[in-house]
Design a protein around this ligand. Structure first.
Ligand code: SAM
Length: 275
């Protein structure tokens, strides 16, 4: 018998993968968590039925949510990741040579545990000497810090449940306060094909608190529509211009991709009111 896992990306569109094994299914205090092994993408983590990460394509998302800001900021010493309990974004943060401390604030301890148990290439970051793990609501955590971080990365779930407020103007204003006076914020802002409303909400909200706001794109095969957006708010530096792309090895990110990712199709420019 064949077993398939399906994410209903819209009410009329499903994305299905053939699975070989179900590794974990549980209801955590915050969400439904499932880890399966798929033939196409290796191990896959789903929260509330939505794909969060897979072994085979995670590099695109994790390099692109981190390296644009880390390489555009001249001194990204102190970096905070909100969400991102799988550890993939934190892994990229702590391997960056300029970073001295990478803090992860994840609300759901069971996501961290699932990553420790099933995603060694993500969770290797948890034991890095530069890493600090905090199980906390990012919304509360950010309010308790002022003028602290060089870069804040919001690697959240979709804007439902505990992540809803992570897309609000009030949250972006708290992040602006928690950043130093040349700090940068990056958030995952969903698919331009299916979630134009989320992009407008994130871009519009960030623009209220940051003088420079820009959107960039990357191709992530397992995310709805395959085309994913990220929104950056910056207090001083232009995120589109790499300060230094360094000597790290990448699988997706390059200095050319850094700048090309900001070149937007007309319909995406329209979404953010940039005609
Ligand atoms: N890359 C993924 C995506 O785009 O779908 C997101 C991955 S990561 C697993 C998302 C994490 O955000 C989840 O583990 C979830 O528990 C966490 N999260 C949601 N709301 C949060 C909050 N308010 N504070 C901290 N973490 C939160």
């Amino acid at each position: 018998m064949e077993l398939w896992v399906t994410e209903y990306q819209t009410p009329v569109l499903g994305f299905s993968c053939k699975t070989t094994e179900t590794l974990r299914v549980e209801q955590t205090p915050f969400q439904h968590l499932c880890v399966v092994n798929t033939e196409q993408f290796g191990r896959m983590l789903l929260l509330d039925g939505m794909v969060q990460t897979t072994e085979k394509d995670e590099f695109v998302y994790h390099e692109m949510i981190t390296m644009i800001a880390l390489n555009a900021h001249p001194r990204p010493k102190n970096v905070l990741v909100i969400g991102g309990g799988d550890g993939g974004a934190l892994r990229e943060v702590v391997r960056h040579p300029a970073v001295e401390c990478g803090t992860l604030a994840e609300i759901d301890e069971r996501v961290i545990q699932a990553s420790r148990d099933f995603f060694p290439d993500h969770s290797c970051s948890f034991s890095a000497t530069k890493a600090q793990l905090i199980v906390a609501d990012g919304i509360q955590f950010i309010k308790e810090h002022a003028d602290t971080f060089d870069v804040v990365i919001v690697d959240s779930t979709e804007p439902v449940g505990p992540a809803q407020e992570l897309f609000s103007p009030a949250f972006y204003a708290s992040v602006a306060k928690a950043l130093k006076d040349d700090g940068m914020l990056v958030v995952q802002s969903e698919s331009p094909f299916f979630n134009g409303d989320v992009i407008k909400m994130a871009y519009g909200g960030i623009k209220q608190s940051f003088p420079i706001t820009k959107l960039y794109l990357a191709a992530v095969p397992t995310y709805p529509s395959g085309l994913w957006s990220f929104t950056v708010g910056s207090k001083r530096y232009d995120p589109e211009v790499p300060f230094c792309t360094g000597k790290l090895e990448y699988k997706y990110y390059t200095s050319e991709i850094h700048q090309a990712a900001f070149k937007l199709p007309a319909f995406v420019r329209n979404l953010i009111g940039d005609k």
